[in-house]
Design a protein around this ligand. Structure first.
Ligand code: COA
Length: 185
């Protein structure tokens, strides 16, 4: 039943172990635990505060679902093992979060989420994607670079980006290690 649901989901992209689809409201309770599990990776970079910090507000997740801007990677039972979502920031599709549960990392799930998201937002008319990340962590800046993102000057991106960075500073991020990246679609 659940496996059949994966096959029948909107634009399913079946792969060996997982499928990508748009998120539904019923997925929301699964996404906090996925995000927490994913964040364990930051312990290896001595960034434990990220593991213990808050997860994306369920209200924001719901708003992203409403806007069709939240995607989940699901296992063969159609349970979320990863998700990515974003919102319109100054005309770009800005990544709010991408997380893949610890046991599923390094298997191409994150790349598949990024590629599906890019395909869908390009189709919707977005001309660029953006994000903030750690410039040098292997699974952040260098990974996004391999996906076609380049670092940009936040000042040139507009006020909202400066606000996003300020918000990160207030949440304890070391801003010398953070950057804004963009991909022209
Ligand atoms: C970033 C993240 C979503 C990637 O998901 P994923 O399913 O592991 O992604 P993929 O398997 O497609 O690719 C993993 C990439 O990270 C690289 N990587 C580097 N160090 C790694 C590590 N310790 N563990 C896993 N992957 C690592 C791999 O080389 C791989 O790059 P490649 O595909 O170009 O070879 C996942 O690592 C995650 O959830 N991290 C914690 C949350 C996070 O950092 N979110 C992004 C915030 S900006």
């Amino acid at each position: 039943m659940a496996a059949a649901a994966v096959q029948q989901s909107e634009n399913p992209q079946p792969t060996r172990d997982f499928s990508i689809r748009r998120a539904r409201f019923a997925d929301i309770p699964f996404l906090g635990p996925v995000e927490r599990s994913a964040a364990e990776l930051f312990r290896s970079a001595n960034l434990d505060f990220l593991v213990d910090g808050s997860t994306v507000d369920p209200k924001l997740l719901a708003a992203m679902i409403d806007a069709q801007h939240l995607w989940v990677a699901c296992d063969y039972m159609d349970y979320p093992i990863g998700f990515s979502g974003g919102e319109n920031v100054e005309g770009s599709f800005h990544l709010v979060e991408i997380s893949v549960a610890q046991d599923f990392q390094g298997k191409g799930v994150g790349r598949a989420l990024m590629e599906r998201m890019e395909t869908d937002v390009r189709r919707e008319g977005f001309k660029a994607m953006s994000l903030t990340t750690y410039r040098s962590l292997a699974w952040n800046g260098p990974w996004y670079s391999r996906l076609g993102f380049v670092e940009v000057n936040p000042v040139e991106m507009g006020r909202t980006y400066l606000g996003i960075l300020e918000n990160e500073r207030q949440h304890g991020f070391d801003m010398s290690a953070r950057c804004v990246m963009r991909k022209i679609l």
